[in-house]
Design a protein around this ligand. Structure first.
Ligand code: ZN
Length: 118
C-alpha cells in the first residue's frame, strides 16, 4: 500500500524542527535518482520499482523517494537551523530507516528493500 502519509510525515517533522519545507511533489520525488540526482519519469519503471536511466541505480520506488525527501529535509536542517536550542537533531527518522547529516542511510527494514526486489 506504499506510504500515503509520507508527505504529511515530512511536514510534521519539519514543524517539529521549526523549519519550513516547500511542498515536494511526490511524483517528482519518486522520479529522482537518490544516488546521482538524475530525474526522469522513465526512472520509475513501475509503481514499486525505481531504475535510474543514467547510473542504473535500482531499488524500491518508495525507498528511493524516502531518501530524496529525507535528503531535502536534512539539507534544510543543515543550512538553516532555526530550531531553538541550537543542538538540532542530526538525523532524520523515516519509516524505512534513518538518515544522518553525513548522508548515511541506515535502513530499519531488511536489505531486500535495497536491491533484492526485482
Ligand atoms: Zn542515478
Amino acid at each position: 500500500m506504499g506510504v500515503p502519509t509520507l508527505s504529511q510525515y515530512v511536514e510534521y517533522k519539519a514543524e517539529m524542527f521549526g523549519i519550513e519545507v516547500e511542498q515536494v511533489s511526490p511524483a517528482y520525488t519518486s522520479q529522482r535518482c537518490s544516488s546521482c540526482g538524475f530525474t526522469h519519469e522513465n526512472n520509475r519503471r513501475s509503481k514499486h520499482q525505481f531504475v535510474c536511466q543514467k547510473c542504473e541505480y535500482e531499488l524500491n520506488a518508495d525507498y528511493n523517494a524516502s531518501k530524496n525527501i529525507a535528503r531535502k529535509l536534512l539539507k534544510n536542517l543543515h543550512s538553516g537551523q532555526k530550531s531553538s536550542g541550537g543542538g538540532a537533531p542530526c538525523q532524520c527518522a523515516l519509516p524505512s530507516g534513518t538518515l544522518n547529516l553525513n548522508g548515511e542511510f541506515h535502513a530499519s527494514v531488511d536489505s531486500t528493500a535495497e536491491g533484492g526486489v526485482h
